[in-house]
Design a protein around this ligand. Structure first.
Ligand SMILES: Nc1ncnc2c1ncn2[C@@H]1O[C@H](COP(=O)(O)OP(=O)(O)OP(=O)(O)O)[C@@H](O)[C@H]1O
Ligand SMILES: O=P(O)(O)OC[C@@]1(O)O[C@H](CO)[C@@H](O)[C@@H]1O
Length: 308
């Protein structure tokens, strides 16, 4: 089983406003709500690709019920620990540009954390754990390290789509896959990364540090997959970006779905990139049909020779 862990789920409130004016009353032209949080998005994308997963994390209140009900409707199993506060509402404001306001998340008690860790007891080495998204304010910043320690004992593969200090912590634990975007990769090395070539240099450093697979996404500039033995570069298809929320999660969901179906690493990478772009070109998360439409427009090439 693939378990996605979203420590800090959300209701994503997507609001479209024409000519937004700061300090004035603005009215929406459209608004929608979706369950959110990076691990939950990964689960939803995998479901669309017919790969089962179990969504874990902490939810609470009326917003938590919305998330759980929505996943039930989509037939995605979940095993959330219930907390007393409300799951956060993250605002995604679409004007001429996209802006986001993400909440801090509810309090999580010691007992609730213990309950969460108990879920890992039944996992086995055939399982995969996807850790994704921010850490709620009341949990220690070492939480991902602690989860990985439990996974290591059980030889469970860990995928981590996290950023900032959490990413630094996770890298030292040598996960199976990480997927920083080029800004997050640059932050790790106190530098700015603008191109695929620059991303390759720093991505390889992470593989040298023991990460098994590094996917670096560079939005419209393409993506890279670096493994111990090979590096691959992919273009992204051209299209109109309608919604970038969840595009990165879709790359992870697409890649893991394909790996779990024993596709080659190149093919899995291609499906991941197609899923990312399919989400970027849709108002909601990608569908299988949209992914399949985009696949012919993506080329994956091995990076050869010196550059490798
Ligand atoms: N302008 C674009 N054109 C085509 N595809 C895109 C574009 N922007 C994003 N994507 C797709 O989305 C994937 C992830 O995008 P990005 O590199 O911005 O990652 P991210 O910052 O993790 O995404 P997110 O917006 O979910 O935080 C890309 O690999 C690509 O497949
Ligand atoms: O605050 P975090 O946990 O870093 O990110 C949460 C979030 O922005 O990520 C998802 C898109 O990747 C959204 O569904 C959600 O609102």
């Amino acid at each position: 089983m693939i378990y996605t862990v979203t420590l800090n789920p959300s209701v994503d409130y997507i609001v479209e406003v024409e000519q937004f004016e700061l300090g004035s009353l603005n009215r929406t032209v459209a608004d929608t709500k979706f369950p959110g949080g990076k691990g939950i998005n990964v689960s939803r994308v995998m479901k669309r690709l017919a790969v089962e997963s179990n969504a874990l994390g902490f939810i609470g209140g009326f917003t938590g019920k919305f998330v759980e009900d929505f996943l039930n409707l989509e037939k995605i199993p979940s095993n959330f620990v219930k907390v007393s506060g409300d799951t956060r509402i993250n605002i995604k404001l679409k004007t001429e540009v996209e802006s986001e306001i993400n909440g801090i998340g509810p309090n999580i008690s010691e007992d609730q954390l213990t309950e969460f860790f108990e879920i890992f007891q039944k996992m086995t080495r055939e399982d995969i754990v996807v850790l994704a998204g921010s850490i709620p304010g009341t949990l220690p910043s070492s939480i991902y390290k602690e989860i990985i320690a439990v996974c290591k004992e059980k030889e469970i593969k860990v995928v981590a789509d996290v950023s900032g200090d959490a990413l630094k912590e996770v890298i030292s634990e040598k996960p199976y896959l990480i997927k920083p975007n080029h800004h997050e990769l640059g932050e790790l090395f106190n530098t700015e990364i603008q191109s695929v070539e620059e991303a390759l240099v720093y991505g390889k450093k992470l593989v040298k540090q023991g990460v098994k697979h590094v996917i670096v996404s560079l939005a419209e500039k393409g993506a890279l997959l670096i493994t111990e033995n090979n590096s691959y570069v992919a273009n992204v298809p051209k299209g109109k970006v309608l919604n970038s929320v969840g595009a990165g999660d879709s790359v992870v969901g697409g890649f893991i779905s394909a790996i779990s179906k024993d596709y080659s690493i190149e093919e899995a990478f291609k499906i991941g990139v197609a899923a990312g772009s399919a989400t970027a070109f849709s108002m909601e998360l990608c569908t299988k049909q949209k992914i399949e439409e985009l696949l012919p427009y993506i080329e994956v090439n091995e990076v050869k020779g010196e550059e490798r």
